[in-house]
Design a protein around this ligand. Structure first.
Ligand code: GUN
Ligand code: ZN
Length: 465
């Protein structure tokens, strides 16, 4: 017997193959009616197969029977704003007015470390309640607030990649900094958090509209000093924003180039929105292997536009999902998946028809790949870490009834994206540690030596000096 080994028995879905790949037959997901997953004490899936075979091979493992629910890989949100929990639901404004009237006033309150700690608690609880185990988090403009976020995420072992948001123009004065200060504070935060547990650092200019060339150059310096750091920002979200940025950077070929010019785009870069890209910009993103975070409920709520998934896929740009809380209307990636599906329907001939397998892929393995974690999480293959959620809808709800009467696994998965919400996310695991049970949070033990270093990004702790 291997100490601490657990054998999970479940009805499970995952997407080890990319359903957008030409020639992959439907349904584009893997479903097992009675799956056995052997998970080691370190949280790694060491064997998978029919439950009976797994039970015979690991007779001493503790069996946890999850067949009353549906097991999915932990959800991955590639764009969600930490300081915007309390502004969710302000409807009726386009981007720049919403920033002025809703987001930016709230974000200034995070100058208070006490307030920031409260928001960090609400934010982390919101992610876990929605079943989001991994996220690329758009941070705060205040370094102490970022410490609060990283500390709260570490409490639960959440996989959070985030960093100080920096800007030096066009925002309220309390949110502005200088290139020199942005550089110093970012490096200090990265030194405290990058590679500690599941935390990683993301260099984060808010958007080129609020970031001059000197501060973008400072961002590039931080990127080159923090090995394995990520880069994230916004791009091509709203037509007025795009025109303003083109006016601010006349010598660049477009919005994407404002980042690319500084060498900020590569495989560890994720740009949010990209609703209005030029063909040449899509080609540049594909060439850099830079991912796009598609945020469909935010794009709809702000009226930013209809995202052309077809053009992204045809150009070879990796796409995953982002909730974009708080312009987005909640933390649930099930809702984002459904909204992504709606948008493609509304695009008619220009849309890319999405099936339930696409939605699961976009909200799990595509996000893992965008965040450089494709070898670590995203599905239930052997060798991956056990990041998982178990959906158990309350009896009598539409989802409960629908799942009991679904005619096929694909139909059931469609019902999950149509109907599931936070109330259905019963259990949550990260690297084999259960952090929510029956919908209640369970902080993990302090970091043990085995958990201190992230496996995904080689040399990720190093800060070059
Ligand atoms: N562009 C710059 N800041 C923001 C933000 O907070 N939300 C969205 N949706 N777009 C932005
Ligand atoms: Zn955003």
């Amino acid at each position: 017997m291997i100490p601490g080994e657990v054998l999970y028995r479940a009805r499970a879905y995952d997407t080890p193959d990319n359903p957008f790949t030409d020639g992959l037959a439907r349904p584009g997901f893997r479903y097992d009616d009675d799956l056995g997953l052997v998970v080691s004490a370190q949280g790694v899936i060491t064997a998978r197969g029919p439950f009976a075979a797994m039970a015979a091979a690991s007779p001493q493992a503790t069996v946890i029977d999850l067949r009353a629910g549906i097991l999915l890989p932990g959800l991955v949100d590639t764009h969600v704003h930490f300081p915007q929990v309390r502004v969710i639901g302000a409807l009726g404004m386009p981007l720049l007015e919403w920033l002025d009237r809703c987001a930016l006033p709230e974000e200034q309150h995070l100058a208070s470390p006490d307030y920031a700690a409260t928001i960090a608690g609400e934010f982390v609880a919101g992610l876990i309640a929605a079943g989001t185990t991994t996220s690329l988090v758009f941070g705060s403009h205040f370094a102490p607030a970022m410490d609060a976020l990283f500390a709260r995420a570490a409490h639960f072992g959440l996989r959070v990649t985030s960093g100080l948001v920096v800007s030096d123009r066009m925002l309220p004065e309390p949110l502005l900094t200088t290139p020199e200060r942005a550089y110093a504070e970012s490096l200090a935060l990265a030194a405290r958090w990058h590679g500690v547990g599941h935390a990683r650092y993301a260099v984060t200019p808010r958007f080129s509209l609020s970031a001059s060339d000197p501060i973008l150059a400072a961002c590039a310096s931080v990127m080159s000093e923090v090995e394995g750091a990520f880069f994230t920002s916004h791009v091509n979200e709203n037509l007025i924003e795009v025109a303003t940025v083109r006016g601010q950077f006349p010598e660049r070929s477009g919005y994407v180039d404002t980042y690319d010019h500084h060498g900020l785009l590569g495989p560890r870069s994720v740009l949010a929105h990209n609703v209005h890209p030029l063909d040449a910009e899509l080609a540049a993103l594909a060439d850099r292997s830079t991912s796009v975070a598609h945020c469909p409920s935010s794009n709809s709520a702000l009226g930013s536009g209809l995202f052309s998934l077809r053009r992204h896929v045809a150009s070879g740009v990796p796409v995953a999902l982002g909730s974009d809380v708080g312009a987005g209307t909640g933390f649930s990636l099930f809702k984002e998946g459904l909204q992504a599906y709606f948008v493609q329907r509304l695009l008619g001939d220009q849309g890319l028809p999405l099936a339930p397998g696409h939605l699961l892929h976009l909200s799990t393995s595509a996000g893992a790949a965008a965040l450089g974690l494709g070898e670590v999480i995203g599905d239930f293959s052997e060798g991956k870490q056990f990041d998982a959620i178990c959906l158990r809808p309350p009896a009598g709800t539409s989802l409960d009834i629908g799942l009991r009467h679904a005619g096929s696994p694909e139909e059931a998965l469609g019902k999950v994206f149509a109907l599931a919400g936070d109330a259905d996310v019963a259990d949550v695991w990260i690297a084999g540690e259960q952090i929510a049970s029956g919908g209640l949070l369970r902080p993990v033990s302090p970091l043990t030596p085995a958990r201190r270093h992230m496996p995904a990004v080689s040399g990720s702790r190093g800060i070059r000096r």
